[in-house]
Design a protein around this ligand. Sequence first.
Ligand code: DON
Length: 304
Amino acid sequence: MDYQRLLDEIYVEVKPLLAKGKVADYIPALAEVNPSSFGMAVVTLDGSVFSVGDAYNPFSIQSISKVFNLVLAFSRLGDAIWDRVGREPSGNAFNSLLQLEYEAGIPRNPFINAGAIVVADMLCELYPNAEDDLIRFVREVANNPEINYDLRVAQSERETGNRNFALGYFMKSFGNIHMPIERVMDFYFKQCSMSMNCVDLGRSFLMLANHGIVSHSGERVLTVSQTKRLSSLLLTSGLYNEAGEFAFRVGLPAKSGVGGGIAAIIPQKLSVVVWSPGLNTYGNSLAGIQALELFTTKSGISIF
Ligand code: DON
């Protein structure tokens, strides 16, 4: 497969879509990004990298970080995490409060905000300085010691993060948040502010395509079974209430973020990451989804 040619072709085809999405502005610092940015990268299991456009431009990974915090919690705590967070698609927006009341403060899955806040709480309980452990882990799996939080973005989200605070307090009232809310939210906003490029994300997601082993170091971070489970959750919930449509169009486990990134894997083969900050009404990258649909359709490779 000539991945470079494929990426070049996709870039040309999605260009007309770049102006169509809407950049996230509920986090004020994110609204400053150039809406016509577009980058895409493929990293194959042997470490080869193919890229196009702004693939080396760092962007705010936002909810894609929820995968890293889940990998860390799952690897440390195992199946005990499922007592506090579910494994079903929510069918609601990523920041919805609706189901939490009648489901007793247990979020449907670890990728909606409520679920990720519970996982953030687990990490805060586990590590006295969870932000240090998380960033160390991400630098290792991405093989890039320069990756960091963008504290300006974290602060910007904290100032406008009333809905996330509400989710946290509400779950705490059910006993499903153990640490002080201020502490957990501080960590959650930092985690979401992580700044990475498409190639960094491609390298780090490769562990999911590789049965839980980080290719460049040989280190195992998840068991084969845990990797299967986490990837299955990405397929069913990684794009929130657009997960069904995304599975239909693209056919890959993936995670999106409101910074406009989407990271996907083809097990035993590669990771593919796209960044285009214009979002659709579900808060997922509009051109990014189209680019991934073109990727699996033109190449004929998906998980199906
Ligand atoms: O909590 C939030 O709203 C953001 N930090 C992350 C949301 C997000 O990325 C949703 N993804 N499409």
